[in-house]
Design a protein around this ligand. Structure first.
Ligand SMILES: NC(=O)c1ccc[n+]([C@@H]2O[C@H](COP(=O)([O-])OP(=O)(O)OC[C@H]3O[C@@H](n4cnc5c(N)ncnc54)[C@H](OP(=O)(O)O)[C@@H]3O)[C@@H](O)[C@H]2O)c1
Length: 284
């Protein structure tokens, strides 16, 4: 069965739009893009469009490829201070002359809609309330939307990035899965993969996961986005794996739209955190 990320995301966007329409203030996301990476330009455009659909305002800051570290940091500090901006998204990757860690960690954690600051990552690690990175959050939401049981299952996440693999492994563990994380140095990946009831591929290698790596009836989630001969394909060989899996996400129309929908949810969460903070300050 196909895990339809597109349909599920449309439902989420509608829900977010309803919620946004009832809020007392307008809410706005600042999107910072440095340079002209074509893939990043597409992602930024799609995110902006989804915000508009949900009634969330967007302020684009498109900086030159040669923008200095100081200029980017200054912009983030201004956005942190601006009460009319409720979320800050720095589109990655940044040009190599910029210090990505420093830039991300300059974002106020209450405006960190991507959940990438060490504060939000640490909170997630500790099981505290946190802004969860949109892609792993979208994976969990999609599994839950289809009532897929996670508790007690063997889950394998292939990929250990801070953006996807690591936070997803933590989320699956929180949902009581027995989690294995594989990466480029994992030995005997095929045997490891064969044991997984839930297999998530977040690698960045087209059609890497083949049918002989998948246990019959496994749930297969494909996070990968790869461009091959002008077409977008995932990390899973969808054609053959769909014959074995009980559930599988397609690429496109799988985790991509779920990521954008989760980002919208995160913007509203950030807005609410800012309101709470303001109320706390008014009391003290
Ligand atoms: N759908 C979405 O919205 C969305 C969002 C974010 C990312 N993505 C896509 O998801 C994929 C992963 O993204 P990412 O940011 O996590 O990428 P990344 O930072 O490049 O991480 C890739 C991971 O895959 C592992 N890997 C590479 N080759 C491997 C191999 N042969 N066997 C096992 N593991 C291997 C790497 O292992 P090492 O750590 O050992 O190098 C690394 O942990 C990409 O295709 C990206 O475009 C999609």
């Amino acid at each position: 069965m196909i895990l339809d990320g597109k349909k599920t995301s449309e439902w989420i966007v509608k829900k977010v739009a309803e919620e946004v329409s009832k809020l007392s203030d307008p809410i706005t996301l600042a999107i910072i893009l440095v340079g002209k990476n074509p893939a990043s330009q597409v992602y930024v455009r799609n995110k902006g469009r989804a915000c508009n659909e949900a009634g969330i305002g967007v302020k684009d800051y498109f900086l030159d490829e040669n923008a200095t570290q100081k200029e980017v940091l200054q912009l983030i500090v201004e956005c942190n201070r601006d009460p009319a901006i409720n979320g800050i998204l720095v589109q990655l990757p940044l040009p190599s002359h910029l210090d990505q860690d420093l830039i991300i960690n300059t974002i106020d954690p209450k405006k960190d809609v991507d959940g990438l600051t060490i504060i939000n990552q640490g909170r997630l690690f500790s099981g505290m309330e946190a802004v969860i990175p949109a892609t792993p959050k979208g994976v969990i939401t999609l599994l839950q939307k289809y009532f897929i049981d996670i508790s007690g299952k063997n889950a394998l996440v292939i990929g250990r990035s801070n953006l996807v693999g690591k936070p997803l492994a933590l989320l699956l563990m929180q949902k009581n899965a027995t989690v294995t994380v594989a990466h480029s140095r994992t030995a005997n990946l095929k045997e490891v993969a064969k044991r997984a009831d839930i297999l998530v591929a977040a690698i960045g290698k087209p059609k890497f996961v083949t049918a002989d790596m998948v246990k019959k009836g496994a749930v297969v989630v494909d996070v990968g986005i790869n461009k091959v001969e002008g077409k977008i394909v995932g990390d899973v060989d969808f054609g053959e794996v769909k014959e074995i899996a009980s559930y599988i996400t397609p690429v496109p129309k799988g985790i991509g739209p779920m990521t954008i929908a989760s980002l919208l949810e995160n913007i509203v969460i950030c807005y609410k955190m800012q309101i709470q903070e303001r109320e706390r300050q008014n009391v003290s």
